[in-house]
Design a binder for this molecule. Structure first.
Ligand code: ADP
Ligand code: MG
Length: 352
């Protein structure tokens, strides 16, 4: 809507504060984020201006309440790498939320590095900081539901970032109030959400696994062009399918799998010797006839490399590194594989 397009130098007026709009930092379905100068605070702030529609308004109130709880109750000293919320007010029927001003997001950082990945010591530090955020989110029983590189921002400059912070609690919810089933951005979507299995904070851990791999590779680990494509990529890379316990209890299992009988009946079926699941993934043709849609298949980035081990050890487009760094990496790559495997475990109970 045209009334959402903010002109530079428009002044948003809160009861005791002015915000002078300098530039637009981002757009989304929710509205816009503007970089503003606050004369009273003598600093820049980021102001998220929410669309004047009831659904967005209500969700923004959830974002405010969740962030306030996380900031004030769980992280009063700002040690857990979660963005600080500063203020909120209504301006011309638009709910506005101001945040501390942060820098570029991790997607922009990867792009700036021509998608060749980051140095391992940087990945280690960023992973550590993201986990610092997730620790208090778990304590608070809050699920972010949209962790991805775009929602992790650098503090400090792009050239000399000092830390990262998690932003965008606009899709977040409380554990036990998981009312939405269509959540998480597709590449970072957990198997529980994909299959329609009850979910909790473990879905954020899955997304972190995807993010850590992407920081190393420079490209998404599971660039699913559709949900079926996403599931097939997960199964290829992990070398197994989701456990039967999960498939049995998931609402959407029949969208992707054929039930081929109880484990018990396997003994009688010569063609299924050595197979331990009662479910078989549909072929593309079966999927098409069952779902009445073509199975959209995305590009394969990793060539012949299939498993997580092969991809992490052998991906050729990773940044050019010195011999010294390479020596350090060969040891650390094994640790990285272990780490990612603990995070992208199909079974949410076994997942770290
Ligand atoms: P959405 O729900 O549309 O994803 P976000 O809260 O993620 O909304 O904000 C959209 C974009 O605005 C972000 O990806 C980021 O580029 C920018 N942005 C958001 N918050 C800040 C901030 N505190 N500092 C700087 N840029 C921000
Ligand atoms: Mg976002």
């Amino acid at each position: 809507k045209s009334d959402l397009i903010l002109s530079v130098n428009l002044v948003l007026v809160a009861p005791y504060q002015r915000y002078i709009v300098k530039e637009i930092l981002g757009h989304g379905t929710f509205g816009q984020v503007a970089k503003c100068w606050s004369p009273e605070a003598n600093s820049y702030v980021a102001v998220k201006i929410i669309k004047n529609q009831p659904a967005y308004y209500r969700q923004a109130l959830v974002e405010i309440s969740i962030l306030r709880t996380l900031n004030q109750t769980y992280d009063p000293d700002d040690q857990h790498h979660i963005v600080r919320i500063l203020d909120c007010f209504v301006h011309q029927r638009h709910l506005c939320i101001s945040f501390e001003m942060l820098g570029s997001n991790l997607y922009e950082l990867l792009k700036m590095n021509h998608h060749k990945g980051l140095a391992l010591h940087v990945i280690r530090e960023f992973s550590h900081q993201i986990l610092h955020a997730l620790v208090i989110m778990k304590d608070a029983g809050i699920i972010h539901c949209d962790l991805k590189p775009e929602n992790i921002l650098l503090c400090g400059s792009k050239e000399k970032p000092t830390a990262i912070k998690v932003i965008d609690f606009g899709s977040a919810c409380k554990e036990g109030r998981t009312i939405y089933s269509y959540i998480q951005s597709r590449y970072y979507r957990s198997p529980e959400v994909l299959l329609g299995y009850p979910y909790n904070t473990a879905i954020d851990i899955w997304s972190v696994g995807c993010i850590v791999a992407e920081l190393f590779l420079g490209l998404p680990l599971f660039p699913g062009a559709s949900e079926f494509d996403l599931l097939k990529r997960m199964i290829d890379i992990l070398g197994e399918q989701p456990p039967d316990d999960v498939l049995r209890e998931s609402k959407s299992t029949s969208k992707y799998f054929k039930y081929v009988g109880s484990i018990h009946s396997l003994d009688f079926d010569e063609s299924r010797k050595g197979c331990h699941s009662a479910y078989r993934l549909l072929s593309d043709e079966e999927y098409e006839s069952r779902e009445m849609k073509k199975p959209v298949i995305g590009k394969k980035y990793f060539g012949n490399l299939v498993t997580l081990e092969e991809i992490i050890r052998g991906y050729p487009y990773r940044r050019n590194i010195s011999e010294k760094e390479m020596a350090e990496e060969s040891v650390s790559r094994s640790a990285l594989i272990d780490f990612i495997k603990g995070l992208i475990e199909f079974d949410p109970v076994k997942r770290w």
